[in-house]
Design a protein around this ligand. Structure first.
Ligand code: SF4
Length: 494
């Protein structure tokens, strides 16, 4: 059997950008490293694929012994079919230099049907192309395929007791949509095979395609001529507008013409602030914000976890729910007390159960509850009210006391060049309080905290659990301590 040149993922890569395909096949080492967050998404996708096999139980597994030996899979699949197997997991087919593994191949009374599992919650155009290249390898291998379907997560499913796999997944036939694009597939395959053999890297410049449908893994290479802080960082500027500017040869702020660049007030402020090193402070609005705060101030921050397959009763796929909080309670005289909660990482104990009771206890009944990005905490408290109606009054009372420390920065009442167009706490803290930093912490951002706790719950965490629990506590504590310090700076404004 000839060596396969293209796989499903390289085919999709080629559709996104021919340069990305070429580099992947010829200059693989130039690829960016996979971030832990992306790796966690891949792992989740694999876990969902295996979970979905229970939709068609009792099948045989054609998986290869290693990712580099996919052709083993082709032989195994052929053997299984010849032996009369009716359900094959990781069924793999190769045709004309293209190899593609299918999650589940099933033969029922109507014939063969293909099921490709995705951990997302809808069918995208990319999945249709993915199914089409799959279909290309299967039918050209002599299988009379009666249907091809995408199996994806139903995010309206609410777990109650044992997971109902038929409710958790939606199966949607994409046969007709595949037929529409299928006539183009042979040409695309030929085109990509020729492209890979070329001597020179395709001359393709950066553009919106670098992030669509996926963030390309050669951005480190192709984007290296773009400064770390550039017109691509102008807050809320439409992506097409950014590339319009880029195509006019503009990448840095000093190349911008503020008369013609069609920027809004905040965007102009960002540019002027950078060029002139200027800080903008709207003293009146900040004073009004500070004077309206009611002590004691409860600086509060939640951490949340989510999983594709719900772990606990009364939760939906991908629903973000709370497992940890940090609370700095600040009295008017300056005295500060810290309280915190971190749930047990356990599939049998819902982290929200104790969380809600402790939160009510710790938040008291008087004084503002200050958060950073009110929509997030408000949404999570609302979810808790739905789950624990017996605590509705207490939770509603906390919600009524919420105020948002992000407002002065989001409204640009306080803007410094160091914020680089962002009003997230990770940008505001180093600008206002440079002596305080997340960089010394083991866990530096919320995504890592969430993934780490989820891994602990699922028993997949490999590190030192006790130490990592301390790291989680330190991280969340830093978020609310940062709020105390940011507020302290705002209070100094005369
Ligand atoms: S970074 Fe953009 S231009 Fe470069 S290979 Fe990827 S998609 Fe193509």
């Amino acid at each position: 059997m000839e060596k396969a040149t293209l796989s499903k993922s390289t085919f999709i890569k080629g559709l996104q950008c021919e340069k990305a395909l070429y580099l992947y096949k010829n200059n693989y080492t130039l690829k960016d490293e996979i971030s832990p967050q992306l790796q966690a998404i891949f792992n989740q996708g694999n876990a969902v694929g295996i979970f979905a096999q229970d939709l068609f139980p009792g099948g045989v597994d054609a998986s290869p012994s290693s990712h580099y030996k996919m052709q083993e899979d082709v032989f195994k699949t052929r053997e299984f079919i010849e032996n009369g197997e009716k359900i094959i997991y990781e069924a793999t087919f190769q045709f004309n230099g293209v190899i593609a593994a299918l999650d589940i191949l099933v033969k029922d009374k109507n014939g063969w049907k293909a099921y490709e599992v995705k951990s997302s919650t809808s069918v995208s155009e990319t999945y249709i192309m993915d199914a089409a290249i799959q279909y290309y390898t299967i039918v050209n291998s002599g299988i009379d395929l009666k249907d091809i379907a995408i199996v994806y997560i139903n995010n309206q499913y609410i777990k109650k007791g044992k997971t109902d796999i038929h409710q958790l997944f939606t199966i949607e036939s994409v046969y007709d949509r595949v037929q529409e694009v299928f006539p183009n597939i042979p040409n695309e395959v030929e085109n990509f095979k020729q492209l890979i053999k070329q001597d020179a890297v395709p001359d393709i410049d950066i553009g919106p395609h670098c992030n669509n449908p996926y963030s390309c893994d050669f951005k480190g290479l192709c984007w290296k001529h773009i400064p770390d802080y550039s017109i691509f960082n102008i807050a809320r500027l439409n992506g097409n507008k950014k590339f319009d500017l880029y195509n006019q040869g503009i990448t840095t702020f000093d190349q911008l013409n503020l008369e013609t660049a069609q920027l809004n007030g905040n965007q102009k402020m960002q540019v002027v602030s950078e060029l002139e090193g200027k800080t903008f402070i709207d003293k009146e609005n900040i004073k009004h914000f500070i004077n309206n705060l009611e002590y004691p101030i409860y600086h509060l921050d939640f951490e949340t976890m989510a999983s594709a397959v719900p772990i606990y009763d009364n939760s939906r796929p991908y629903q973000q729910f709370v497992f940890q909080y940090s609370l700095h309670i600040e009295q008017e005289g300056g005295e500060i007390v810290h309280k915190e909660y971190l749930a047990e990482a356990n599939t049998q104990i819902d982290p929200r159960d104790k969380f809600v009771k402790r939160l009510i206890e710790d938040c008291g009944i008087k004084g503002d509850v200050l958060v950073y990005n009110i929509g997030f905490e408000r949404g999570k408290i609302n979810d808790l009210i739905t789950l624990y109606p017996q605590y509705q009054n207490e939770l509603q009372a906390i919600m009524n006391r919420l105020k948002d420390l992000m407002t002065p920065f989001q409204q640009r009442w306080y803007y410094m060049p160091q914020m680089q167009g962002s009003y997230s706490i990770k940008a505001v803290l180093p600008a206002l309080v440079p002596e305080l930093s997340y960089s010394d912490l083991e866990i530096k951002e919320g995504g890592t905290a969430s993934n780490t706790f989820t891994q602990m719950v699922l028993g997949e965490f490999k590190g030192d659990i006790q130490k990592t629990r301390t790291d989680l506590l330190e991280y969340c504590k830093m978020d609310t301590f940062a709020m105390v310090k940011i507020l302290e700076k705002l209070k100094l404004i005369e």
